[in-house]
Write a protein that binds this ligand. Structure first.
Ligand SMILES: Cc1cc2nc3c(=O)[nH]c(=O)nc-3n(C[C@H](O)[C@H](O)[C@H](O)COP(=O)(O)OP(=O)(O)OC[C@H]3O[C@@H](n4cnc5c(N)ncnc54)[C@H](O)[C@@H]3O)c2cc1C
Length: 468
């Protein structure tokens, strides 16, 4: 053990410090692409312990990498250089009592998202952020990536749901902004700065999160659609007629369904016919009096009359509704089990989705004929996971991976969108950001980083280029 290891181990006590050999899966990222061997894993149990660890590392000039559930898809929660300290919040999981009057709740940053959902149980309140990794992702990581998920079009992303924050800054000082009020314009919005900072500005230790009333009624349908233009037309019509009730508008395609059928058992498509695209629609509302099923049925009929919907099924039970969601949520898993893949998390203004898909297909076909294109995602905010599998029978992208990433990202930017929609930049997209974002934008970000972390020890090599 070196001096720093001994100091951290003494500070954290039994079970609070793990040497690299005991780190298990914490050293490699979810997609197993990144992760150097860390000095060890710090497992603080309080804000004071987080502050002590960060201060000790700052003194020793050793980088610190905050880690939540390690489900991030850009390689940002693992060490970018050997010898860094990974600081996991896994022992800081307290969920406070919901404040019904203020509509908020205070949580520690290590709380797992699904545990927060369960804790709210019968309170009549919900925390409306949902994503496929919610059984592992932690509040600090969700804030660090400014996570979006499937309900973001209605309820916003993480930055819209964080109203108060506590964080340990790079020198070990603690900033407490745990205010339970929406209105707080006393200066720069520091809490927002930490949303999407990917652990590069400090470590989030607690947050006050906005809650919403639990819906009294939920209706869901799974639809088949003939093309991307119909997806947009149906989505727009639905928002016009029932916008205030739309909680889910998730699309996936037949290519992805084929992979799910091949690799994930028990996931049959409950429709009579197959189609190029499928759309999961979910409506919710707080009043029993609103005729939600009639509204959904009318929208469906309208879609069929206009030729945008070719088939559809309404969820007749909670189990059926869960099945519809699983079909959507298992899309990444089906593709992962197929073998090698390229993931692109882009966004475009929703009205340009069809044009994006058409142009992107041209780019892909030109680069690698036969490449299997599997776009799925969140129609409401134009967020497409534009994922690729090699042509049938091959497990290789040859030398096309970088070119495809750049051209697809550049296309999204040209259309007024982003090459990094909800997963962040991490380590995997930093070079791409260097090429696609303006010098002014990159310089502004580098200055923010330098102001809050002058020694560059907070998760170096993430968001802005560094030694990690
Ligand atoms: C199957 C699957 C489905 C997914 N679906 C979605 C989706 O729909 N929408 C979406 O947005 N993402 C999605 N993701 C990505 C991932 O779940 C999110 O990025 C999530 O926010 C990561 O949370 P985490 O706790 O695992 O964070 P980690 O991966 O541990 O960390 C992510 C980043 O946050 C930083 N960080 C962690 N904790 C803290 C802290 N306490 N303070 C400061 N920084 C911190 C890390 O350093 C890192 O930079 C999905 C991932 C998987 C595997």
């Amino acid at each position: 053990m070196n001096d720093l290891q001994m100091r951290l181990s003494d500070t954290l006590g039994r079970g609070g410090w793990l040497d690299a050999g005991e780190a298990g899966g914490r050293t490699r990222d979810w997609l197993d692409r990144f992760g150097e061997m860390p000095l060890g894993i710090a497992r603080p149990a309080s804000t004071e312990e987080v502050a002590a660890i960060v201060a000790a590392c700052a003194e020793a000039g050793v980088p610190v990498v905050p880690q939540g559930g390690n489900t991030g898809l850009c390689g940002a929660a693992v060490a970018g250089q050997a010898g860094a300290v990974i600081l996991t919040l896994e022992r800081m999981t307290k969920v406070g009592a919901a404040d019904a009057d203020a509509g908020c709740i205070e949580v520690e940053a290590g709380a797992v998202l699904s545990d927060l959902h369960s804790a709210l149980g019968a309170t009549g309140l919900i925390f409306p952020l949902h994503l496929g990794a919610e059984g592992s992702a932690r509040i600090g990581g969700l804030i660090g990536t400014n996570a979006g998920g499937s309900h973001a079009a209605r309820y916003g992303m993480m930055q819209d749901l964080v109203i108060g924050l506590e964080a340990v800054l790079a020198d070990g000082s603690v900033w407490s902004g745990l205010r339970a009020v929406q209105k707080d314009n006393a200066g720069y919005q520091l809490r927002k700065l930490f949303c999407g900072a990917e652990g590069t500005l400090g470590i989030v230790t607690k947050a006050v999160l906005r809650l919403h009333p639990a819906p009294a009624r939920t209706e869901a349908a799974l639809l088949a659609l003939p093309n991307a233009a119909s997806l947009i037309a149906f989505g727009t019509a639905l928002r016009r007629e029932a916008g205030e009730f739309v909680t889910g508008l998730e699309f996936f395609c037949e290519t992805g369904m084929e992979l799910v059928r091949r690799h994930v058992s028990g996931l049959d498509l409950p429709l009579e016919s197959r189609a190029p695209f499928y759309l999961l629609v979910e409506l919710t509302c707080g009043s029993e009096k609103v005729p939600l099923s009639e509204i959904l049925e009318a929208a469906l009929e309208g879609g069929m009359e206009a030729g945008h919907v070719t088939d559809g099924a309404l969820a007749m039970s909670e189990a059926q509704r869960a099945h519809f969601w699983r079909l959507r949520e298992e899309q990444p898993e089906g593709q992962r089990l197929e073998g090698k893949q390229l993931k692109h998390d882009i966004s475009v203004p929703p009205g340009r989705l069809a044009a994006f898909l058409e142009e992107a297909e041209g780019i892909c076909e030109a680069a690698l004929p036969g490449v299997r294109i599997n776009p799925f995602g969140h129609l409401g905010d134009g967020n497409v996971h534009y994922n690729l599998s090699p042509p049938e029978g091959s497990n290789d992208f040859g030398d096309t991976a970088q070119r495809l990433g750049e051209e697809i990202g550049a296309l999204a930017e040209r259309m007024g969108g982003s090459f990094a929609a909800e997963h962040g930049l991490g380590r995997s997209k930093i070079a791409l950001a260097d090429r696609l974002r303006s010098e002014t934008e990159r310089r502004a970000m580098a200055r923010i980083k330098a102001a809050l972390d002058p020694e560059g020890l907070m998760n170096p090599g993430v968001i802005v280029p560094g030694d990690g």
